[in-house]
Design a protein around this ligand. Structure first.
Ligand code: CP
Ligand code: NVA
Length: 315
């Protein structure tokens, strides 16, 4: 065993949002993920979390996050424990601090997917073990580690690239803004008026980006956003918890689809990412997601390697 994932400098840290980490720390997580992926492909075992247990609390559905954390923990020699919010006493009103103070007596880390960022922050405040944010309404930080790992594999670099996010200024785009700002990737979000990213997150990311001369923009015109873009990114129009807004969102976002016509306006050789799940025919067409520019399932696979890196470094 030899790899960046053996570095001890992040041990004990929470993984709540990308903005809590320096560029160097994010670089370390990406290097660890590359190493763990290579070792897995070569059949080299890396049981660095032997004897440790991860609890995974979900109050929203998940395919990728759940399976990749669960299998990732198994591959690291540890034990993953799925805790549906339906089944634990949180649902019956046990407080988050009491849940945290109990779980820390059994577990070595907690991964949580829920609605309010403040709940994740509160859990982390009361639990002495690392807490990992597996998505909130505000951010999706584990996702974007896998995303930039994928971009780096396919483009051979990150700094100097241009990423165009077409769609809702929501959790995924927030974490992308934060990570692009730190790693030197220029990012433009194209969204309809009223669906812009959170003003505070955008301003914070812009401050970070300005220090290294990186530009982050929000525009209304998707064609403008994809000009010279090396990476196109889509997310669903109605996120988890927004199901009631489905119809109005379909109307608002109808011109924000990644289709062949839009892809042809990007840089030659542009790659297409989607965090998944996809609503095919809405934010992305079959032709694009199944086409030669799409790296969407490499991206889904990379959730595994990214999450293993986060767990190995922090737990
Ligand atoms: N991208 C993502 O987080 O997928 P799941 O909702 O399936 O976990
Ligand atoms: N924005 C989406 C991401 C799903 C991984 C949601 O929150 O539902």
């Amino acid at each position: 065993m030899a790899g960046a994932y053996l570095d001890k400098s992040l041990k004990g840290r929470d993984f709540l949002t990308i903005s809590d980490f320096t560029s160097e720390e994010i670089r370390l997580i990406l290097d660890a993920a590359h190493d763990l992926k290579k070792e897995l492909k070569e059949g080299i075992p890396h049981p660095v979390l032997q004897g440790k247990a991860l609890g995974m609390i979900f109050t929203k559905p998940s395919t990728r996050t759940r399976v990749s954390f669960e299998v990732g923990m198994y591959q690291l020699g540890g034990y993953p424990l799925f805790l549906s919010a339906q089944d634990i006493q949180l649902r019956r009103g046990e407080s988050l601090p009491d849940t945290a103070r109990t779980l820390e007596r059994y577990l070595d880390g907690i991964m949580i997917r829920t609605f309010d960022q403040s709940d994740v922050d509160e859990l982390a405040q009361y639990a002495s073990i690392p807490v990992i944010n597996g998505l909130t309404d505000l951010v999706h930080p584990t996702q974007v580690i896998a995303d930039l790992l994928t971009v780096e594999e396919h483009k051979g670099k990150l700094a100097g690239l241009k990423l165009a996010f077409i769609g809702d200024g929501n959790n995924v785009s927030h974490s992308l803004l934060q990570i692009c700002a730190k790693l030197g990737v220029q990012m433009t979000i194209a969204c309809p008026s009223g669906y812009e990213p959170d003003a505070k997150i955008l301003a914070g990311a812009k401050d970070v980006a300005a220090k290294i001369g990186v530009q982050l923009d929000v525009v209304e015109d998707p064609v403008k956003a994809v000009q010279d873009a090396d990476v196109l990114y889509a997310d669903i129009w109605a996120s988890m918890g927004q199901e009631k807004e489905q119809d109005e969102r379909i109307e608002a976002f109808k011109h924000y689809q990644i289709n062949t016509e839009l892809l042809q306006k990007a840089a030659p050789g542009a790659i297409v990412l989607h965090c998944l799940p996809a609503h095919r025919g809405e934010e992305i067409t079959d032709e694009v997601i199944d086409g030669p520019h799409s790296v969407v399932f490499d991206e889904a696979e990379n959730r595994l390697h990214a999450h293993k890196a986060i767990m190995a470094l922090m737990m």
